[in-house]
Write a protein that binds this ligand. Structure first.
Ligand code: SF4
Ligand code: MG
Length: 315
């Protein structure tokens, strides 16, 4: 089966856009076929960088991305092409990735035509099928991206991704720009597609509330490191790491409709010059001497549940 793993050893520097450098440091992430993994952290924590590495867009400077057990860089020819097509990324702002001069049908049909996934003769029907699948009316196939709403544009981006028959979607803040009611519709679409197409997801968000209902497993990142990873229900019922606990206190609980605690205090430090020891220590209410000098390792705290906090050694 599909076994995707980002084994990113040591410190990784990767240029993102022009000047920003995110560090992803010693992250080991495996995603099983059919699994939905939520990757959560504040902006600048390296989650987008990790997502691009996992998607094969950004090569790690050290370590490897394994796809079906093989290093992405060792693949060539048809295997490399398949790995590339099978993994698709969905971004926050579909407008910036949709060619404004192309009609929707051409945006969606371009890659399947180029790669011979659909024949010229069947292309119209194939595009209509992708539109319907993404919740778009094929009657609008000759319209341009600017003639659609934000939510519909995200559906166009999803239809375009589906058109190359991926089995793995990396969604980076895919609903962050949308109104809450539209967010729910797009999240429901992702879940419908998961059932229909047996998709695997890496779902990246700064918002724990967004990943809560769709993730099987949640991975929390802070300044380039994974600090906690657990089955989703464990994270929401028994968060171990003080950073996760602080993030959770920011999620408005539907049951109570109020925010419980104060959330994460203080500014996120620069990922270029992270604090020594536990990166979270300047903001952690439980920090003690050891936290300022020694990096906590990710250790099991329950079955399938790991956390990187020195407090776990004190029990
Ligand atoms: Fe807080 Fe120390 Fe645990 Fe880091 S290792 S989260 S500073 S208690
Ligand atoms: Mg980002």
């Amino acid at each position: 089966g599909l076994d995707l793993a980002a084994k990113v050893a040591r410190r990784l520097g990767a240029p993102v856009r022009e000047e920003v450098v995110h560090a992803v440091d010693g992250v080991d992430l495996s995603i099983a076929k059919g699994e939905v993994v939520g990757l959560v952290g504040e902006s600048g924590c390296g989650k987008s960088t990790l997502g691009r590495m996992v998607a094969g867009i950004l090569p790690p400077s050290d370590g490897a991305i394994l796809w079906r057990g093989r290093d992405l860089r060792s693949l060539n020819g048809t295997d490399a092409r398949e790995a590339k097509l099978r993994t698709q990324m969905i971004f926050q702002d579909p407008m910036s990735s949709l060619n404004p001069r192309l009609k929707v049908a051409d945006i969606i049909g371009e890659a399947p035509a180029f790669h011979g996934i659909a024949s010229r003769r069947d292309l119209d029907a194939y595009v209509d099928e992708q539109m319907r699948r993404a919740g778009l009316d094929p009657a609008f196939r000759r319209r341009y991206p600017h003639q659609f709403s934000g939510g519909q544009r995200q559906r166009i981006g999803i239809a375009r991704a589906l058109a190359v028959r991926p089995d793995f979607l990396v969604c980076d803040e895919a609903v962050a720009a949308l109104d809450v009611s539209i967010q729910a519709q797009i999240l429901n679409l992702f879940m419908k597609l998961r059932r229909e197409l047996d998709l695997t997801y890496l779902f990246i968000s700064h918002d724990l509330g967004v990943v809560e209902h769709l993730s099987d497993r949640v991975v929390i990142m802070y300044l380039g490191r994974v600090v906690e990873a657990a089955p989703a229900e464990e994270v929401f019922r028994r968060a171990n790491h003080p950073y996760t606990q602080a993030l959770l206190s920011e999620v408005p609980r539907i049951e109570t409709r109020k925010r419980a605690f104060a959330g994460v205090k203080g500014e996120i430090p620069s990922p270029l010059n992270p604090p020594p020891g536990c990166h979270f220590h300047p903001r952690c209410p439980h920090a003690f001497d050891r936290c300022r000098v020694e990096r906590p390792a990710l250790k099991p705290v329950a079955p399938g549940h790991t956390s990187a906090c020195h407090l776990n050694d004190r029990a």
